[in-house]
Design a binder for this molecule. Structure first.
Ligand code: 5GP
Ligand code: ZN
Length: 113
């Protein structure tokens, strides 16, 4: 997806504060952090949203969760963290490339569920 912001970050065309990278997944600090730790965990393949996860690409979503656990260990998040995925207009998604927000570093408020 040539014009997708997160595809451009994955290709290194837009700079980011990278926290992790392998052949499938990139993780970088959110530009507008909502907590002391706010990392976006993103499959490099352009999957538009959680609504587009299929049997063919579900391993990439699973890999994102492996990376989340790795980042939690590396960043001493033993006190806990929250993972958020916003999907589609009603879910408040603003960047149409699948990503998981990893939030931590303080007692998080505004719990919805
Ligand atoms: P969404 O609202 O789609 O769940 O989350 C998109 C997130 O991407 C937002 O938290 C926003 O701050 C972040 N974001 C948007 N553009 C950029 C960018 O160019 N670089 C980084 N690091 N984060 C971005
Ligand atoms: Zn993309």
């Amino acid at each position: 997806m040539p014009d997708c912001i997160f595809c451009k970050i994955a290709r290194g065309e837009i700079p980011s504060a990278k926290r992790y990278e392998d052949e499938d997944v990139i993780a970088f600090n959110d530009l507008n952090p909502q907590s002391p730790v706010h990392i976006l965990v993103v499959p490099k393949q352009h999957i538009e949203s959680a609504a587009d996860i299929t049997a063919d690409n579900a391993h990439l979503a699973a890999k994102c969760f492996e990376v989340i656990a790795k980042l939690a260990k590396e960043n001493n998040l033993q006190n806990g963290f929250r993972v958020i995925n916003n999907c589609g207009p009603d879910g408040g998604q603003t960047v149409p490339h699948l990503h998981f927000h990893l939030l931590a570093g303080k007692k998080l408020s505004e719990k919805i569920v």
